[in-house]
Write a protein that binds this ligand. Structure first.
Ligand code: MG
Length: 294
């Protein structure tokens, strides 16, 4: 199956490759440079998959993983990932064994950490919507919130301190820093559960650990915004129901990559970093771009 991208952000003639189908809901892709693999989550099936770029095959990396969701790399290339089931952000050892980075704020457990980024100072920033504690048990274990709201948190491993940095969103989801880390973009997927809920990306000024006032940066019309990545030119690549929307730092549209399934997340990868990997519903896709991760 091929779908033509309408954007100069992809290499001329590039087509969307369908690499894998067979998941219930894919999320959390990250490129592992050492093994040339994309590791990603299949949340409802409670497993982590890996796509091997050399062979083109996808296999199960681990099962019964605590409903892993978003993931990223820390500054030393270790995998940091969100666990709905343990309501935690964790460090995955080489074999995938999780170790807790943070699983509570004061005496409250989190709702279900969804997505995570690590800043250049080593601080771990993550979103905490309630999708993993829903009574359906589809993406985690049914549970109750232990604080009022859904915040974005910053955890400083150096001091062990954790504090909410954004408290004015409905259901914060994907997040990404601008290349100089002066701006934090956070997707609000509130409309997923609430008919008139937000379906936009907010932008916050950041200085070190301090976060300023937020504003709406872009509205996603198709579905809700989910995972996001920033490229080397500061453009924001946003997962949505109809594909990946790319926005310049001033908010104007830079391009669009249509995807035939609802997109949950994306990441840059490949040996030179120019391959965009897209987790979308049951599948993993790839398209060759003219840019790379920030
Ligand atoms: Mg997400």
């Amino acid at each position: 199956m091929t779908h033509e991208a309408t954007s100069s952000l992809v290499v001329a003639g590039a087509v969307l490759e369908h690499l894998y189908r067979g998941a219930a809901w894919t999320e959390g892709p990250v490129w592992l440079a050492e093994s040339h693999r994309i590791r990603f989550s299949d949340i409802p099936n409670d497993r982590i998959l890996e796509f091997d770029a050399a062979s083109g095959s996808t296999s199960v990396f681990r099962r019964s993983v605590g409903y892993a969701n978003g993931r990223t790399l820390d500054r030393s290339g270790r995998v940091v990932e969100c666990s709905h089931g343990r309501r935690a952000v964790e460090l995955a050892d080489r074999d995938g064994t999780p170790r807790t980075i943070v699983d509570r704020w004061e005496n409250h457990r989190f709702n279900s950490p969804n997505d995570v980024v690590v800043a250049s100072d080593g601080a771990v920033w993550f979103t905490d919507p309630p999708y993993g504690i829903h009574s359906s048990g589809r993406e985690g274990y049914p549970g109750e919130p232990e604080y009022e709201g859904c915040f974005v948190f910053r955890h400083d491993p150096a001091t062990g301190t954790t504090r909410p940095v954004i408290t004015d969103m409905t259901h914060p989801n994907g997040l990404a820093f601008s290349p100089d880390e002066s701006v934090l973009y956070v997707a609000d997927s509130g409309r997923l559960w609430i008919d008139d809920g937000p379906h936009h990306v907010r932008r916050y000024r950041v200085s070190g650990a301090e976060v300023g006032e937020g504003e709406v940066f872009a509205v996603v019309e198709h579905g809700v915004p989910d995972g996001m990545r920033v490229d080397e030119h500061g453009r924001l690549w946003v997962a949505a129901a109809d594909g990946v929307h790319v926005l310049r730092p001033d908010g104007t549209p830079a391009g669009f990559v249509p995807v035939p399934e609802v997109v949950g997340n994306l990441c840059f990868g490949g040996p030179d970093g120019h391959d965009l990997y897209i987790t979308a519903s049951t599948s993993l896709y790839r398209i060759r771009t003219t840019t790379r991760s920030a």
